[in-house]
Unconditional design. Structure first.
Length: 711
């Protein structure tokens, strides 16, 4: 099978029960254009044959994980120079990790976990400048962590847990800003202090260095890691107080500092953090134990083994705090300090109020309506604008809330108000994500956010809403799939979305994605592109909206291909979700490209990807591909073909040469557009177009339609 591109027999119970179970791989050396080889999750045993190094250099992904393979990993694997993903996790590989892996300069994801590898971590891994995921946990690796890993400038996740590594943590690794998913050094024999360079990891979500012999003070620079959600530093020898800078970790969920030598008072700012788990046990903390926040939940907090603690809730069974006497002079001095401080505070507040009043007086109506100013609205304003969120003003519902039409008296504008259903799991996170995404991005093809409202309603319940510019022509979904309405005139108009209009809207959406993927300082993945999230203004211009599932990506992940496992999960809506997400792959811009491809096919065939006709393995992509290119007109939306014939009315029954040429050019354009949809919705992420190329191709098609066809 010399033309074989994909060989996938994963997730079965295959085995031969012999030492040479994998000898069949040698026959695949004849497949000179092989891209993907998966035998993971079977029962294969024995060693990996050396012939694996003779596999095609076109191989992108090699998955051998979750078997019973043993022996060493052949050094010949370094010959597959274009390999991007290698997984041999959960086997019984032993011996050293071959340094020849450092030859795989295009490697992006390397998974070696859950084996019995010994020896040192190869210094040659520093050659893998494109590496994003390195997982080597649960082995018997020795020696130190090589500082050469600091050359992996694209690294997002690093797992070296449960080994026998010693020495200090290289500061070079702590100077890799892309590290965002997680760093795990736990259960090793690491010594020394935590490098102050940890403060460079501003986007890091999880850090686990528990079960080592790290010492010194917790660096105050750790407070710069403001994206941290999980911080585990237990079972070390850290000393000194908890630095006050940790109060900046507003997103922290779990904090474990247990079994160290920390001292001083437990800081009050822990009450203000949104912690769900706090373990401060077996340290040398002293003084009064705060009672707010997570500390009010005794099942989520542990302070055992701190003999000098006092106070707190009765459930902690700590002794009462003794009142300490002070001298008269001390009391007088304290009173004086408090008095002066109070006077200064009053003076400051009065000055601030005067400043704000004068500034408010200077403001004009023009400045308040500037593009860079956000309106300030309250729950009462939005309640009034939508007639009490009347069902008559309801214009749509989504995963996390409802959208209402309203008229804002403050700005004399018609608005769309997205009210979050906070009872729905993930709604608050969606609100925060959408605010983050829309705060700093501006593009003519993105829905413009006017403001956000976060407060309480009249019943004291939390209330969150986003206010958008109202799009008078609704969503693309309503145009493509109109429903019976009480206004038949509007129905007729909406059934007339022509060829050029569809090309224009497809181009608008492509421009928006190109901006998000390639022109933002941090690439943004929309994660939920579909016709209902494309809104159309009065000039029939398309605008991408609903950023509730958005993800911010470091630049190195723009072209990520699928990985085998991920904790991120599936993102998007049924029918538009990239197939690799269903297999656990990480969110990437390629996922948006797939959704866009399906959207294009839907726009020009008129069929939803969730249509009842798509069953038993058939989907919109395969349905369209079966007709491409010779029979494309058979699957195109009949309205578009009707449009092309209608334009020939009045030219006589006979087909003139000109009308025939027009029809052929329309057909040529349709074939080109369908091809874009098919390539973008390719099952293999690496085979999809970039949105930059999509924009260029669509602009060329639009030029042909508007120019030579006389539109």
């Amino acid at each position: 099978m010399s033309n074989l591109r994909i060989f996938n027999i994963g997730l079965n119970y295959l085995r031969r029960g012999q030492a040479n179970d994998l000898d069949f791989l040698c026959s695949l050396t004849n497949a000179t254009i092989l891209n993907l080889l998966v035998i993971a999750n079977n029962n294969f045993g024995g060693e990996v044959p050396k012939c694996i190094g003779n596999l095609s250099i076109t191989l992108d992904l090699l998955a051998l994980g979750q078997n019973a393979l043993s022996g060493t990993l052949p050094s010949s694997i370094g010959n597959i120079i274009n390999l991007q993903v290698l997984s041999v996790s959960a086997n019984n590989f032993s011996g050293s990790i071959p340094p020849e892996i450092g030859n795989l300069k295009k490697m992006k994801q390397l998974y070696l976990t859950d084996n019995v590898f010994t020896g040192e971590v190869p210094h040659t891994l520093g050659n893998l400048s494109m590496l994003t995921h390195l997982s080597m946990g649960n082995n018997n690796l020795l020696g130190t962590i090589p500082s050469s890993l600091g050359k992996c400038q694209s690294l997002l996740a690093l797992d070296l847990a449960h080994n026998k590594l010693a020495g200090a943590i290289p500061p070079e690794i702590m100077s890799l800003p892309p590290l965002s998913i997680g760093v795990d050094f736990s259960m090793n024999n690491l010594t020394g202090e935590l490098p102050v360079e940890i403060g460079n990891l501003k986007h890091l979500s999880a850090l686990d260095q528990s079960g080592n012999k790290l010492s010194g003070k917790i660096p105050s620079s750790l407070g710069s890691c403001m994206s941290l959600e999980y911080l585990y530093m237990g079972d070390n020898m850290f000393a000194g107080p908890i630095p006050s800078t940790l109060s900046s970790l507003r997103g922290i969920r779990e904090l474990n500092l247990s079994h160290n030598r920390l001292s001083g008072q437990i800081p009050d700012f822990l009450e203000d953090l949104d912690l769900t788990s706090l373990d401060l046990s077996f340290n040398n903390f002293q003084g009064n134990l705060p009672t707010g926040g997570v500390l009010a939940n005794t099942s989520a907090t542990s302070v055992l083994g701190n003999e000098k603690l006092c106070g707190g809730l009765p459930e902690y069974r700590l002794p009462k705090c003794k009142s300490t006497g002070t001298s008269t002079n001390g009391r007088v001095r304290n009173v004086s300090i408090y008095t002066v401080s109070g006077i200064l505070a009053i003076v400051f507040m009065l000055s601030l109020l005067c400043f704000l009043w004068h500034r408010k007086q200077r403001k004009t109506v023009a400045s308040s309506s500037s593009n860079d100013q956000f309106l300030k609205v309250s729950y009462q304003d939005l309640l009034k604008a939508t007639d009490g969120f009347s069902s008559a003003n309801l214009i749509g519902t989504g995963s996390f809330g409802s959208v209402f039409k309203g008229f804002l008296a403050l700005d004399q504008t018609t608005i769309a108000v997205k009210v979050l259903n906070l009872d729905r799991h993930g709604a608050s996170k969606s609100f925060i994500k959408e605010c983050e995404a829309l705060r700093n991005i501006r593009h003519r093809n993105l829905v413009k956010v006017l403001t956000a409202c976060s407060g309480t309603d009249y019943q004291g319940n939390d209330f969150k809403a986003l206010v958008y510019e109202f799009m008078i022509n609704g969503s693309l979904d309503e145009w493509l799939h109109p429903q019976v309405r009480t206004s038949p005139e509007r129905e007729v108009i909406r059934r007339q979305l022509g060829l050029l209009q569809r090309v224009n809207i497809a181009t608008d959406v492509a421009c928006a994605l190109d901006y998000l993927h390639h022109q933002c300082e941090t690439p943004i993945v929309h994660c939920d592109l579909k016709p209902s999230n494309v809104l159309i203004d009065g000039e029939m211009t398309g605008h991408v909206g609903d950023f509730g599932l958005v993800r911010f990506m470091p630049g190195a992940t723009r072209e990520l291909i699928s990985e085998l496992t991920s904790s991120i999960g599936v993102k998007g809506s049924l029918g538009y979700i990239a197939p690799e997400y269903g297999a656990g792959a990480e969110v990437s811009t390629n996922g948006d490209v797939y959704s866009y491809g399906i959207l294009v096919l839907e726009m020009f065939t008129g069929k939803r990807p969730t249509d009842d006709m798509f069953s038993d393995g058939l989907n919109l992509h395969l349905f369209t591909k079966a007709a491409f290119p010779e029979r494309v007109l058979q699957i195109i939306d009949p309205l578009l073909l009707q449009e092309s014939h209608d334009e020939d009315d009045g030219l006589d029954i006979r087909r003139t040469r000109r009308s025939h040429d027009r029809f052929l050019k329309i057909q040529e354009c349709l074939v080109s557009i369908v091809e874009i949809g098919l390539v973008c919705s390719s099952e293999i992420p690496s085979g999809r177009m970039s949105m930059r190329d999509v924009v260029a191709a669509l602009q060329a098609i639009r030029k042909k339609l508007t120019g030579s066809l006389g539109y």
